[in-house]
Design a protein around this ligand. Structure first.
Ligand code: SF4
Ligand code: SF4
Length: 393
């Protein structure tokens, strides 16, 4: 395997964050203190070294980038104040932009004013498109009839179009990431994913990455002790992270289920139902979880509660803002739906909600939201590497 050296790598990386690792002299303190680094994923010193010597392909093929949860312990132990924790976050932003073939992620991360303008324009496009394609429909004030205002079929097909684009961008991005990982670790992984026991190892790795780590947050919860016991439970990062993820997934499942019930002619979408109706109850609980997690993250970033909140990019704020607006407008629609008489503002809040939700999904591969695509893949390879080492021990 040939290694290409990119002499501009470090300078390019620095456009994505505040870390300056030129002062790092590879003492290894950061790797020694990191609670998540082990023989199967040695970081952050190794990844910093890749950046210093211009080994771009090795950096982009490092599953280690995604096994870090930015607790900041390494930064506290660095004798040269090179801030390795922030470097890992910066390198993840750089990786998201490098896996994206459109160049949009790079703009969102490195040009905040242009990125914000794009975000506003995308939401305005969805709103205008739905209004003009559906026509300014009936605004009944006896009871909110949302789909008389924006036709249900239009939202449905626009949503499917967005999901297709999202899937396409996701597949391309993950494909590029996997090519880099295979290039760097392919030889060792090949013996892990082939052979008689390959299926068992692959399924176990999938469970470890999605069930145990992404949904269960095991290592984030058990090993990242940066904010414990200082922070009360309701402010701990893993709790906020988990509530945001579970809340978003819960809302997604509630929305899909509601469409499913409409298809089965059980209940038309948007029809008022009691609070204990399963899809409404799930949506309400998940919405509360999402709003709590996202609001606390915003407050934490504003007040710089932790190392991970010390530096924020425009893209970080954009993602939090889109999630918050989606959650808040969802609750406002719920209020408007049950108010007699139906308030006219309910229709416009509905249009804002749908436009921002579409934008959130469309921009997923280009913002920090892309972590939901890349982290499980990296954790999958991490689990395979761990299993291989255990088998050969
Ligand atoms: S502790 Fe600081 S100087 Fe030492 S390897 Fe890590 S980043 Fe470099
Ligand atoms: S920020 Fe925390 S998890 Fe990430 S490399 Fe540093 S010590 Fe490890």
């Amino acid at each position: 395997m040939t290694t290409t050296v990119d002499t501009g790598l470090l300078a390019d990386l620095q456009k994505f964050g505040a870390a300056d690792v030129t002062a790092c002299f590879s003492c290894g303190n950061c790797t020694a203190i990191c609670p998540l680094a082990d023989n199967d994923a040695t970081f952050p010193r190794r990844v910093i070294r890749y950046a210093q010597v211009g080994m771009k392909d090795d950096l982009l093929g490092s599953k280690e980038l995604w096994t870090c949860y930015h607790c900041g312990l390494c930064s506290e132990s660095c004798p040269t104040e090179a801030d390795p924790g922030e470097f890992m976050a910066t390198a993840r932003r750089y990786a998201v932009a490098s896996y994206d073939p459109t160049g949009l992620a790079r703009i969102l991360y490195t040009r905040p004013v242009l990125g914000t303008a794009i975000a506003v324009l995308v939401a305005a496009f969805f709103g205008t498109f739905m209004l003009t394609a559906g026509g300014l429909g009936n605004q009944d004030t006896t009871q909110l009839a949302l789909f008389d205002f924006v036709p249900e079929g239009l939202i449905h097909w626009t949503g499917i179009g967005v999901m297709v684009l999202l899937a396409l961008a996701g597949v391309i991005g993950i494909g590029r990431m996997m090519r880099q990982v295979a290039r760097r670790d392919g030889e060792s992984l090949a013996t892990t994913v082939h052979g008689r026991e390959a299926w068992g190892r692959t399924l176990r790795a999938a469970w470890d990455s999605i069930g145990v780590e992404s949904l269960g947050q095991k290592r984030f919860r058990d090993d990242c002790h940066d904010d414990q016991p200082v922070e009360p439970l309701y402010r701990r990062r893993w709790v906020l992270h988990a509530l945001s993820i579970w809340g978003f997934l819960g809302l997604f499942v509630a929305t899909i289920s509601d469409w499913g019930l409409a298809l089965l002619h059980v209940k038309a979408t948007g029809t008022p139902v009691p609070i204990w109706y399963p899809t409404r109850l799930l949506g309400t609980v998940a919405g509360l979880a999402l709003m709590y997690g996202v609001t606390m993250f915003m407050v934490g970033r504003r007040r710089r509660w932790s190392a991970s909140a010390a530096t924020s990019t425009g893209s970080d704020w954009m993602l939090l803002a889109l999630l918050w607006i989606t959650g808040a407008t969802g609750f406002l629609i719920e209020v408007a739906l049950y108010l007699p008489p139906a308030p006219a503002w309910g229709y416009w809040v509905f249009l804002l909600h749908v436009s921002v939700a579409m934008e959130l999904m469309l921009l997923l591969p280009f913002t920090k939201f892309a972590h939901v695509m890349y982290r499980p893949v990296a954790l999958f390879f991490y689990s395979l590497a761990k299993q291989k080492r255990a088998a050969s021990a």
